[in-house]
Design a protein around this ligand. Structure first.
Ligand code: HEM
Ligand code: HEM
Length: 137
């Protein structure tokens, strides 16, 4: 894996580790207050970042896009801010609510950046019905 593909996969692993630690802490303490943080860290963090990683791995044309680093950094920074903010919000600290709101919008915006990068890449080319430049290296 190279470039943003590798970055996304590393990010996915970080989410998986922290998300599972939180899941175990919830199970052991029998306090499920942080369930939304765990659920989003596992699904929107680990699974989504891994999907992005494999997409960029399989489609070098997407990885070569100048917008790909923007997609990675916007997803990473807003996603981590969202998880950390939500953790404190659910812990009873209401002052972090604006951070959670801004981070949610950043995370939402990032999916449009991804759509802008990914959709042209998967369109069939004129030469055939295969998407452009699929490379299984
Ligand atoms: C060490 C491994 C894990 C532990 C100890 C753990 C523990 C938990 C606990 C205690 C809950 C709260 C259940 C409730 O309050 O109803 C939960 C919910 C959840 N977990 Fe995990 N979990 C683990 C791994 C995972 C993984 C690998 C995923 C997904 C890839 C995942 C996704 C979810 C989701 C989506 C929910 C929310 C379910 C709902 O909406 O009811 N968890 N987990
Ligand atoms: C802008 C981004 C997002 C926002 C603001 C958001 C917000 C929410 C809210 C408010 C809930 C209900 C929580 C509750 O009732 O306790 C929820 C639940 C859930 N969301 Fe999201 N979500 C976002 C993105 C995502 C993404 C991208 C995924 C998966 C790829 C996802 C997966 C889930 C799951 C599995 C649940 C059920 C578990 C739970 O109740 O915590 N969310 N989300």
């Amino acid at each position: 894996m190279q470039g943003v593909a590798r970055n996304f996969f590393t990010l996915a692993i970080v989410y998986a580790i922290f998300g599972m630690i939180l899941g175990l802490a919830m199970s052991i303490s029998q306090d499920h207050t942080q369930m939304p943080v765990h659920a989003h860290a596992m699904v929107a963090g680990w699974l989504m970042s891994a999907v992005f990683a494999f997409f960029y791995h399989l489609f070098p044309a997407a990885r070569a896009s100048r917008l790909a680093p923007l997609h990675f950094w916007l997803t990473a920074v807003s996603g981590i801010a969202l998880m950390v903010g939500l953790f404190f919000l659910l812990g009873g600290n209401a002052t972090v609510e604006p951070l959670v709101a801004i981070a949610s919008l950043g995370f939402f915006l990032a999916i449009f950046v991804f759509a802008w990068i990914a959709l042209p890449v998967i369109r069939p080319t004129e030469a055939g019905e295969r998407p452009a430049r699929v490379d299984f290296r």
